[in-house]
Design a protein around this ligand. Sequence first.
Ligand code: SF4
Length: 323
Amino acid sequence: MKIVLANPRGFCAGVERAIKVVEMALELFGAPVYVRHEIVHNRYVVERLRARGAVFVDTLDEVPDGAHVIFSAHGVAREVYDDAERRGLDALDATCPLVTKVHLEVEQHGLAGRAVFVIGHLGHPEVVGTLGHYPRGARERIAVVENEAQAAAMPIDAARGVAYVTQTTLAHADTERVINVLRGRFADLRGPHGDDICYATQNRQLAVQRLAQLCDTVIVLGARNSSNSLRLCEVASAGGVAAHLVDDDAGVEGRWFDGVNTVGVTAGASVPEVLVQRLLARFRQWWPGLVEEELGEAENQYFRPPRALADALDARRAAMQKT
Ligand code: SF4
């Protein structure tokens, strides 16, 4: 058996930043630190942070008054910031800057009175947060479209113009088709240059496309509620190979490899490298031999954690060194 490893794979800059924010908050404030929603969609990451004192909640109602609360990488609606302020909570924002960019697009279109189509998955936390950046009291002018049929038929008040934004973790080709339907419907359609799909999503999808050309089957490490991981499976399948999504090495089934000569491995943007290495260790037990790495787009993005948090932590560390 030959094993080919995708590159890039796994953690993106937004996920690294979000995890860092939780770790820094735990060091600065001590446990517990509350996190609204899973900080990123990965059970291993969530459990590791939980063991250090992070408490994951679905709503701010579960956060005690005066506590520290972190908003996940997926972003939240404006109301959530307002609720936190009203409650006197110390809120830290771990929203990925590339999601914040989409929020700003929505806010600007809303202020200009333009209706907005959000191309994405209804109910996904990122989409819920994005919808919540359209001006309150006018949200009948923002709608989610998931596919071409909805883009063709979804009613919207277009009297003051129409725009679109996209979820950051979609498959590029599918999204392009939906945008083209909207363009055919609204001649003055506004939007970002192309789409809002982030660099990490695009690079991982390109890498898995290459894997699909080289391999008979592809294993995608990632969670079922992780949009970008699901898209990696879809892209691999579209390339004509069997694709299996697993949380970790324990989810892999030997029967998937009957008649297979080359297996590809990749990981969604919220999957730590340790899980990739565990999977490779299992494969090496089954099939001793070399693992080849398929080099793709080099990534050097880094997103700084919030300045106020970094400064407060530096000050605390300096004070501790003096004592
Ligand atoms: S997948 Fe993209 S948008 Fe999402 S956290 Fe990573 S870099 Fe940000």
